[in-house]
Design a protein around this ligand. Structure first.
Ligand SMILES: CC(C)(COP(=O)(O)OP(=O)(O)OC[C@H]1O[C@@H](n2cnc3c(N)ncnc32)[C@H](O)[C@@H]1OP(=O)(O)O)[C@@H](O)C(=O)NCCC(=O)NCCS
Length: 135
């Protein structure tokens, strides 16, 4: 287990439960036959187009894989909804910087959402209002 999950006090069992959620879709990121990370999204529910989590293996970080994966998923989401949502812990400055550099805007702060003392930062990238959106 590593950050941000250590600070968030999330363990292996909790992570497995998330992966089993039937409302979530998981995409495995591969370099040849090597799994270098995954990205999990929700296309149903209250906030359609939510990137629930993205993880890149330590040794594959800072090579542009995270950004490429998010861009791929954005295109997928924008086919069905004008909004892409993503969340990051307030202490996860690397993730927050990356998302903002990609055009995500902070739309809310969920105070003490997972653990006391840390907030979850909610971000959105949008193509416009729901009523103007055509699939
Ligand atoms: C957050 C995370 C998914 C980003 O993935 P990544 O593959 O490292 O992301 P990228 O490589 O696309 O971009 C990260 C940075 O590397 C830089 N970068 C991209 N290609 C690069 C290269 N070839 N050489 C050097 N730097 C590079 C990017 O500009 C970016 O810079 P910044 O941090 O100054 O904004 C990854 O760090 C991770 O898995 N973290 C742990 C889990 C986590 O926090 N997940 C998010 C939960 S919300």
């Amino acid at each position: 287990m590593n950050e941000p999950w250590i600070t968030l006090q999330r363990n292996y069992d909790h992570s497995i439960k998330l992966l089993e959620d039937p409302l979530s879709e998981v995409y495995i990121l591969k370099d040849g036959i090597v799994r270098v990370g995954f990205i999990m999204i929700k296309l149903k529910g209250a906030f359609t187009g939510y990137i629930q989590t993205i993880v890149i293996n330590d040794t594959y970080r800072r090579k542009g894989i995270g950004e490429a994966a998010i861009r791929y998923i954005e295109e997928l989401i924008f086919k069905v909804s004008p909004n892409v949502f993503i969340c990051a812990s307030s202490f996860n400055t690397r993730a927050l910087k990356l998302y903002q550099s990609m055009g995500f805007e902070i739309v809310g702060i969920l105070k003490d959402y997972v653990v006391k003392g840390y907030d979850e930062v909610f971000l959105r990238k949008t193509k416009g209002p729901l009523n103007d959106f055509k699939r």
